[in-house]
Design a protein around this ligand. Structure first.
Ligand code: NDP
Length: 253
């Protein structure tokens, strides 16, 4: 059934070497897509690509520090040549977190988080748009966060960067529907990955115990939704921010 397949689709997933991005690459590949990924570490990329090759997945990739505008442009040029100018799926996944009280954040914290988490995603959408349009069926999925929906301690800049992503989802969904590009956003709650420092995880433990489904989520519980949103089966879904959060964001007690 074509509605439940991504056979022949092409995808760019940022930050595919670890955590949620890694799970997204594997799940997309399992549904038949060819994937391009990036991170800041060549060794990690080489190691992942070799493991994926052994599993029979079609994945290529290169180093890109998403903080750099020129490296983002190089990345999209590589994607365009890898996929013959046509991209079906862009997953803006990579992000960083710095945890501090608002009174302690520096100008550098602000520029790092806003440029990697928000500006890079925005710019990748801009330069991917011609490729997404050329493919005939384009999909953008942002990985935002429950932190962009409700307030959490020590995350005011990160939360703002994610709140901006949530709004961007709506703007682009409406602007690019005419180009047959759907734009959606997945907002996870606690997933145990390298992004969470042990100290902050302790803070989150108490909040996880108040989450209706009383456990952290799994990376594959996030990747499953990302894939669903990209499938032809989801063809009428656009502009949505969907929390994968065990009910955390809707629970008032
Ligand atoms: P990880 O830190 O485990 O993985 C992040 C990935 O992004 C790595 O591959 C990393 O590689 C890459 N990356 C980070 N910065 C850059 C950069 N400047 N340029 C290129 N690549 C970069 O994080 P998660 O998997 O946990 O997070 C994935 C997404 O999920 C993020 O958007 C995060 O905000 C979101 N999220 C995560 C939650 C969680 O609890 N884990 C909860 C809610 C949202 P490298 O460092 O080598 O560059």
């Amino acid at each position: 059934d074509k509605r439940w397949s991504l056979d022949g689709a092409t995808a760019l997933v940022t930050g595919g070497t670890r955590g949620i991005g890694h799970a997204i690459v594997e799940e997309l590949a399992g549904f038949g897509a060819s994937i391009y990924t990036c991170s800041r570490n060549q060794q990690d990329i080489d190691k992942c690509i070799e493991e994926w090759r052994i599993k029979g997945f079609t994945v290529t990739g290169s180093v890109c520090d998403l903080k750099s505008r020129s490296q983002r442009e190089e990345l999209m040029n590589s994607v365009a040549s890898a996929f013959d100018g046509k991209l079906n799926i862009l997953v803006n996944n990579a992000a960083i977190v710095v945890v501090k009280e608002t009174t302690e954040f520096t100008a550098e914290d602000m520029s790092n988080m806003m440029s990697i988490n928000f500006e890079a995603s925005y710019h990748l959408c801009q330069i991917a748009q011609p490729l997404l349009k050329a493919s005939g069926t384009g999909n953008i999925v942002f990985i935002s966060s429950v932190a962009g929906v409700v307030a959490l301690p020590m995350l005011s800049i990160y939360s703002s960067s994610k709140g901006a992503i949530n709004q961007l989802t709506k703007s682009l969904a409406c602007e690019w529907a005419k180009d047959n590009i759907r734009v959606n956003c997945v907002a996870p709650w606690v997933i145990k990955t390298s992004i969470l420092s042990p100290g902050y995880m302790e803070k989150l433990d108490g909040m996880v115990s108040r989450t209706p489904i009383r456990r952290p989520g799994e990376q594959t519980e996030v990747s499953a939704l990302v894939i669903f949103l990209c499938l032809p089966a989801a063809s009428y879904i656009t502009g949505q921010i969907i929390c994968v959060d065990g009910g955390h964001s809707v629970c008032g007690y």
